[in-house]
Ligand binder design. Structure first.
Ligand code: ATP
Ligand code: MG
Length: 734
């Protein structure tokens, strides 16, 4: 028997198209392997039969709310369904138990009001339309009923809607697990108000998103025996440090800087702050204001949120002093000193900013100047002070700004955690993960490497889960099923994280060896991985390297990997600030002995991050996961524009199409007996005339059509990929 016929003359199909990715049409002729197609835009094209896919002519006009209801589970079908739904503002669609959420780029407040929360409360999953509340509700019920921790993993590219989705989930969980009768600040209020505080300090406008989170976040909400929220813990990952002193045009620095510049006059006076345009750390970009957003208003609401999460007024003042100090610090410029190898303050203005920085950080201005312009060298013979040239001093200044800011951010997270409090007796939790999605730009550096490493980890977790839930479905229906293939991304993960000789290990090694450069590092990579299928040495570059990620190839520029990986604070900077008279500032810089006791070894950003990820995966592995894939339908951030190319690429990198592939390896299409008989009775009218039970009638039709390898479950017919199309093609021919 040859290949089953699924495409015949007259078939309505999907064919590849350069602009739209897929376009629909009708087969008008078939010659051997080639099909001639009349496509819906009026043109005729010829394509290989193996490259065209049947179109589902029975799809309801508004699409289906779950991809598993599609007759044919394939890329064009998935895409067409999402586009159709998006047109009528149906932004949520399931693929089994995965929720796909397409950013509407407009306020759909009716979707999230109290009426909606009440509607979803306690309703079994799948009974109502797809929604974030349904996912949160399922997680909550599972936790209550089975005493098991759950997690909700939200992913997607920048601007896709992860953070908004996360906030919606947290609001719904606070609604379910809140204590309406409680007075004063409740735990759930604190949990919710931690969002604006972290956003003020960790979010910024980028070209992709006006409120882009520049850190990853895992919020663990703890529940007591009665299902009430009793504590929470927030973990954050990899805050983007470089943004503090370097921004590109059209972007902004972290929101808090602009908020403070928009504070009431008397407060600005206290910090001697002027217009944001006057600060080097802000005026590298021409963007200061955000459409429709008032920094003035947000300053006050951030202060209120800080009150709620338990940051005292004294602490708030110290925090904003540090924020102001960073702005002043950035305005300290240097000129050549007596010789070209040393530097002095450039002018009186720099002197003013130096004094302001010192005043706000409560440290000695001379010591600050020294810490910026000089380095202490310890040789076996003596200790000498070496001067830095103006460039060196500027690098030192920016390094100090980044260090202070990242410690401030970590302090905020710790403080929020302490203040909300952990519930040690809590056995169940729901974790919500809002973490950057896969990134591939023109130039990719260490940050993208870490981000994509994270996504490989999460992808592995996701694949395992999809397999497991497929298996469970088959077990429920009591059908036999053994797995055909399981393409894992373990090989990429080994390449990156293997203890011996993975990229991270080699990077750390290079960082510890003083003579290493990015060149020697890259050479080492080329040599070590020359036979690795997941590693490519790109042509025409001397130090780039390419990793073949599950979501595609990414070429990394290695030149800043070594610097960015070093988790190092200049001892002069530490000494300066740990001696601050402000206990808040000094507290950000514990003296060396304490810290050294904690980790005496060399520490690198990537190794620490690897450990954090390990820890995260352990937590996630102990939970029942739920997945939400956010999708950004266009790059202009406007409603009602659905760009196929963009969406398909995200369906790939978010693993949705991988999930589809996994489903297709089993029995991607299933229909209950009644639906099946209604659709295919025409193929065997005689069978329907006899009085067979439904399952037997289905089987008779399948037998008559010569199909093999399908399964009849307890309530459904399970078909292999392509079998539905084969039956449909036969219908067309009748
Ligand atoms: P990043 O990775 O940059 O942090 P993100 O995935 O967290 O991006 P969000 O900040 O959540 O993206 O969303 C970007 C913007 O899209 C929001 O500021 C909001 O304007 C809009 N948006 C996202 N989701 C929704 C929604 N469900 N309803 C209305 N608007 C939304
Ligand atoms: Mg975000």
């Amino acid at each position: 028997m040859g290949k089953p016929v699924t495409i015949v003359v007259g078939s309505q199909i999907w064919v590849e198209n350069p602009e739209l990715v897929w376009i629909d049409g009708e087969v008008i002729n078939i010659k051997g392997e080639d099909a001639e197609i009349q496509i819906s835009n009026g043109n005729k094209v010829v394509a290989k039969v193996s490259k065209i896919y049947p179109k589902d002519m029975d799809m309801p006009a508004g699409g289906v709310d779950d991809m598993t209801k599609l007759s044919y589970l394939h890329e064009p079908g998935v895409l067409c369904n999402l586009a159709t739904r998006y047109e009528s503002n149906e932004i949520y669609t399931y693929t089994g138990n995965i929720l796909i959420a397409i950013n509407p780029f407009q306020s759909l407040s009716h979707l999230y009001d109290t009426v909606m929360m009440e509607r979803y409360n306690g309703v079994p999953f799948g009974e109502l339309g797809p929604h974030v509340f349904a996912i949160a509700d399922a997680a909550y019920r599972e936790m209550i009923n089975e005493g098991k921790s759950n997690s909700i993993l939200v992913s997607g590219e920048s601007g896709a809607g992860k953070t908004e989705t996360t906030k919606m989930l947290m609001r719904y969980l606070a609604y379910l697990g809140g204590n309406a009768a409680a007075e004063g600040r409740t735990v759930e209020q604190q949990v919710l108000e931690s969002n604006p505080v972290l956003e003020a300090f960790g979010n910024a406008k980028t070209v992709k998103n006006n409120n882009s989170s520049r850190f990853g976040k895992f919020v663990e909400i703890q529940f007591d025996k009665r299902g009430r929220i009793s504590g929470a813990a927030i973990r954050t990952y990899l805050l983007e440090r470089s943004r503090v002193c370097q921004i590109s045009d059209l972007e902004r620095n972290y929101h808090c800087f602009y908020l403070l510049c928009a504070a009431p006059e008397q407060e600005k006076e206290k910090y001697k702050l002027g217009d944001p345009k006057s600060y080097h750390y802000l005026n590298q970009s021409n963007c200061y204001q955000l459409d429709g957003i008032s920094d003035e208003h947000n300053y006050l609401s951030t202060r209120r949120a800080m009150d709620v999460v338990g940051i005292s007024v004294v602490e708030q003042e110290a925090i904003f002093s540090v924020v102001a100090a960073i702005l002043h610090l950035g305005n300290i410029d240097f000129a050549n000193g007596e010789d070209n190898d040393s530097s002095v303050l450039k002018n009186d203005e720099s002197l003013f900013h130096l004094q302001m920085t010192a005043e706000l950080l409560m440290c000695n201005p001379r010591a600050l100047e020294d810490a910026l312009c000089k380095r202490v060298m310890v040789t076996p013979e003596e200790i000498i002070k070496r001067s830095l040239d103006p460039h060196g001093a500027t690098v030192s200044r920016d390094g100090l700004a980044k260090t202070i800011y990242s410690r401030l951010f970590d302090w905020l997270v710790d403080k929020i955690n302490v203040s909300i409090g952990q519930d040690p007796s809590s056995k169940c939790l729901i974790g919500v993960l809002d973490i950057y999605g896969f990134e591939s730009f023109k130039t990719n550096s260490f940050e993208q490497f870490c981000i994509n490493y994270t996504n490989e980890k999460l992808q592995q977790h996701f694949n395992k889960h999809v397999f497991k839930s497929e298996q469970e479905e088959y077990t429920r229906e009591e059908i036999d099923w053994s797995y055909i293939e399981f393409v894992d991304n373990k090989d990429v993960l080994d390449l990156i994280e293997q203890k011996k000789g993975g990229i991270i290990a080699l990077l750390d090694e290079a960082c510890m060896f003083p003579k290493s450069t990015h060149d020697t590092f890259s050479q080492k990579l080329y040599q070590t991985f020359k036979d690795n299928k997941r590693f490519i040495k790109p042509k025409l570059t001397r130090s780039d390297f390419t990793i073949v990620h599950y979501a595609g190839e990414v070429q990394y520029q290695s030149d800043q990997f070594l610097d960015k990986n070093k988790d190092y604070i200049v001892p002069e900077h530490r000494d300066l600030l740990s001696a601050s008279k402000c206990s808040f500032v000094a507290g950000l810089f514990p003296s060396l002995t304490e810290e050294a006791a904690k980790s005496s070894k060399f520490s690198s950003i990537s190794s620490r991050f690897k450990q954090q990820l390990q820890h995260l995966m352990e937590t996630l592995n102990a939970t029942e996961p739920h997945y939400i894939r956010c999708i950004k339908p266009n790059n202009v951030l406007k409603p009602a524009i659905f760009e196929n190319i963009n969406v398909v690429q995200q369906l790939h990198s978010g693993g949705v199409l991988e999930a589809v592939r996994i489903k297709c390896a089993g029995y991607p299409t299933y229909r209950n007996f009644f639906e099946f008989l209604t659709r295919f009775r025409i193929l065997a009218p005689e069978v329907l005339k006899m009085d067979f039970p439904e399952n037997e009638a289905c089987e008779k039709i399948l037998e008559k059509m010569g199909l093999k390898d399908y399964q009849i479950g307890k309530t459904m017919v399970f078909l292999r990929a392509g079998q539905m199309a084969e039956l449909d093609a036969k219908r067309t021919l009748m």
